[in-house]
Design a protein around this ligand. Sequence first.
Ligand SMILES: [Zn+2]
Ligand SMILES: [Zn+2]
Length: 274
Amino acid sequence: MTLTGVLVFAASWLFAVNLLGLGNTVGYHRLLTHRAFQCGAGTRAFWTLAGAMHGGSPMMWVGLHRLHHTKSDAPEDPHTPTKGFWAAHSGWLVGTTNPLLSILFALTGFGQQLVILVHDVQRILGLRQADWVSLCPDLKKERLMRWLDIPLVMPALFGLQLLLAWVVGGPWGILWLYLLHLFLTNSSWSVNSVCHWPKFGVQRWDTGDWSRDVWWMGVITNGESFHNAHHRYPRSARHALEGGQDLSWRVIQLMCALGLASDPWLPKKYRDAA
Ligand SMILES: [Zn+2]
Ligand SMILES: [Zn+2]
């Protein structure tokens, strides 16, 4: 690969990793799950589609995440490190608490997409129900959310990514896409593992669960690592309430300044400071 090629590879990867990562944090998490701010249909669709490139269907993600908040670190929590650090990180997606199998799965990069494909085939065969839909009656009213939850729509979207990556860059394009999904999945999962693990960070608020604020994860999680603050104030548009890197909050502020978003919710105590 030429020097220009390396630069294009790195720059486009950094752009994509930030944009799609924000699809998960600003879109799926703060907007769709917790309604932390208001925005128009176009902005909502934009962030939803950015999240759908790697996070599965929005209703599935939101449903699982709402279950995590209502049952945090209880046996019903889909991903709690009370069953093991690696089980909370990636093992829960494939039903294992074995650390080695969990790590191997986490390194596959595209593993989550394969799990989504298997689930979709099981839904078509009637072996699995989309039980997450009952946890997001608000999203069920939206045509885009229902459409993205149709079996095989998410795998088709991933198939398009593979095709495009191959057409543009051949094997290098596939490597680019692999590194993209490897980073995006592991940064998202690390909020469930690292930011619920008692050995890391601090617990500023007694939230009755294992959630922690882990400042050194702020950059790679777009601010989601201030996770104890998030469990204390789930609706807050800002997670780094006591300071720290929170790119998602900066983007929400920028959207408000540009008139693309409004009414970002913050806990009363932190409103003036923002
Ligand atoms: Zn949590
Ligand atoms: Zn949340």
